[in-house]
Ligand binder design. Structure first.
Ligand code: DGT
Ligand code: CA
Ligand code: CA
Ligand code: ZN
Length: 576
């Protein structure tokens, strides 16, 4: 799919554009950022949309105007965008690489280039080692240290992609193989099937009579950059998204055993094999065998688990965290299902840092099958997001009332905010405004570097205010970019329990916060959860599946997830 390539180009174009002085440039910067976000989470292949309806079809996607549509066309037809090439020549800076470091935005990258000729991370590391950054005006020793830390953090996460980068490509490959008619069966395995938050490489298994034709099709796919090894039973390619993908063609009689083996995790498999040995069996990726060497099971994964005296274990749980014992006792939890969400409590609009109007956000929520959303724009302290003050909220909510009236029984918009939890634990809006809202999501967006007990106190103080319904992205992590802040989640859960505050599982794929193990840790308390998209544009509802995957990895049942319920019950569960 070209979606991601184009999204990356537009992100870079936005960086370039933000360096231009004109008034027009600011507008263009936002337009490029917006389209990058849309392309990033667009489910359909942009090339397909263009093939079917040309520039006109591209312009039908909300947020894509004529100028952008023409640039997309230019790229799809010529493989280049002239304006982009022009900018790359003008600014020989690797913005994409440099801005991945926490603390470096486009402007900082540009001044580092102008002052010290820094073009990429390697140059930056040199400059740091020579102590040059601390001597720059406006930088100092503290910022040099932070940049150094940022580089280390980035390097330690190298090589693992976000689930949201890997899964769509894995699904696309599976779809192509299935449609070809060459393969009888094609399935995703590995960490992608387990919905892990990051992915080392993609694993796909297939059954088919002509393995050489399947492998030829695979290595020829447009997502493939190059072939690493090509063989009849296993082929590895390097994908354009920056990771490898293994395709294995399996004998039909072994498909279930292979699915079990290659889904992993490794720790889960080791434990399952122990169970097999205890029962006098031998287990490998070809099948389950008795002492005489006869195959007991191999075709189906479910049967294999059953033969070992276990219930079939959902892939998301296969991490050797106690699931095997539960499966033997037939006591596995009844996990929340992928299609079970009825609403979304955390969405933004273009009134702050979102890309779409409330009307558009509602229209797409309905298309997505939701029955309600909370509109939760940022509050005044968050200046970068043009956060709203009390007066703007009041005006905004009159509009929400009008829209709700038009929508009638079909859909409901909850009046809310994503209110900043300030340094001292107070909330960034007055009590009257907060009291009038139906859904207050409270989040930490600043001063991440507090000591653990201070941060815990800050957050629990906010929960005790009596105005908070949901604690937003409770640890503040940004996967591969920023570690979670120091916080005692058990204390937070205890406070959430006594103040009836719901904990968020933020589904945005860079966050997935709470993460799986945090959910397991906090769910010992009597707290409920909300799986929220944190949508900043219309296509972001599609990220909810990553939140559900994370909830399943945290063993959650639907009864504890507030937005699996219809509006009335959900509201009762949110009530203070
Ligand atoms: P990743 O790719 O790092 O995100 O994680 P996985 O889990 O996809 O790991 P990968 O691709 O290395 O291998 C796929 C599965 O194959 C893994 O989950 C379990 C199985 N596997 C790989 N190596 C071993 C091993 O040495 N022992 C056992 N029991 N299973 C293994
Ligand atoms: Ca893998
Ligand atoms: Ca692999
Ligand atoms: Zn937030």
């Amino acid at each position: 799919m070209k979606n991601r390539e184009l999204a990356d180009i537009f992100t870079e174009m936005a960086s370039f554009e933000s360096l231009e002085e004109s008034e027009n440039a600011r507008f263009k910067t936002r337009a490029y950022q917006k389209v990058a976000g849309i392309l990033d989470s667009l489910q359909e292949d942009i090339a397909e949309i263009y093939k079917k309806g040309g520039v006109k079809a591209l312009m039908e996607i909300p947020g894509i105007g004529k100028a952008i549509a023409e640039k997309i066309e230019e790229y799809l037809t010529t493989g280049k965008i002239a304006k982009y090439e022009e900018y790359k020549a003008k600014y020989p800076i690797d913005f994409k690489e440099l801005t991945k470091i926490e603390g470096i935005g486009t402007k900082t990258a540009l001044s580092l280039y102008k002052e010290l000729g820094i073009k990429n991370i390697a140059d930056l590391k040199d400059a740091i080692s020579r102590g040059e950054i601390s001597k720059l005006p406006g930088f100092g020793e503290k910022s040099e240290e932070l940049l150094d830390k940022g580089i280390k953090q980035l390097e330690s996460s190298k090589g693992r992609l976000l689930l949201s980068e890997a899964l769509p490509v894995a699904e696309f490959i599976v779809e192509r193989l299935r449609k070809s008619g060459l393969a009888e069966k094609v399935e995703i395995a590995g960490s992608t099937r387990r919905m892990r938050d990051t992915i080392g490489d993609i694993d796909i298994l297939a059954i088919g009579t002509s393995s050489s034709e399947i492998m030829d099709l695979f290595t020829g796919l447009e997502d493939v950059e190059r072939t690493v090894v090509k063989g009849p039973s296993k082929t590895t390619v390097y994908l354009k998204i920056g990771t490898t993908c293994d395709l294995r063609v399996i004998e039909p009689g072994s498909f279930g055993a292979a699915m079990q083996y290659f889904t992993g995790s490794k720790d889960h498999n080791i434990q399952v094999r122990k169970v097999a040995i205890n029962k006098g069996y031998k287990l490998n990726e070809y099948g389950l065998y008795d002492r005489a060497g006869n195959m007991v099971s191999g075709v189906g994964e479910q049967e294999l688990y059953n033969k070992l005296g276990m219930d079939w274990i959902p892939p998301e749980m296969r991490e050797n965290r106690g699931e095997i014992e539960l499966a033997m006792k037939h006591k596995l939890p009844n996990l929340i299902q992928y299609s079970s969400l009825k609403g979304d409590f955390h969405t933004h609009t273009k009134d702050t840092d979102g890309s779409n109007t409330l009307e558009e956000m509602v229209e797409y929520a309905r298309k997505y099958g939701l029955e309600y959303i909370a509109t939760t724009n940022h509050t005044k302290s968050l200046k970068v997001a043009r956060g709203m003050d009390e007066a703007r909220f009041s005006e905004y909510f009159s509009k929400v009332d009008r829209l709700n009236e038009e929508l009638g029984k079909d859909f409901h918009i909850l009046k809310g905010a994503e209110v900043d939890i300030l340094k001292d634990g107070s909330l960034d809006l007055d009590n009257k405004t907060l009291g009038d809202m139906e859904c207050v999501v409270a989040s930490v967006h600043s001063n991440f570097n507090m000591a653990k007990d201070e941060m815990t106190k800050r957050v629990t103080t906010a929960l005790e205010s009596g105005y908070v319904n949901i604690l937003g992205h409770p640890t503040g992590r940004l996967i591969n970019e920023r570690p979670p802040f120091q916080i005692d989640l058990e204390k937070v859960a205890e406070s959430a329990e006594s103040n009836n505050v719901v904990l968020e599982i933020n589904a945005f794929p860079t966050r997935l916060d709470l993460k799986d193990t945090d959910i397991m840790l906090t769910s010992k308390f009597r707290v409920n959860y909300a799986i929220d998209s944190d949508a900043h544009n219309i296509s972001h509802y599609s990220v909810l599946k990553y939140g559900i995957g994370t909830a399943r990895r945290g063993w959650l049942e639907p009864g504890r997830v507030v937005n699996t319920f219809h509006l009335d019950k959900a509201l009762r569960m949110l009530k203070k």
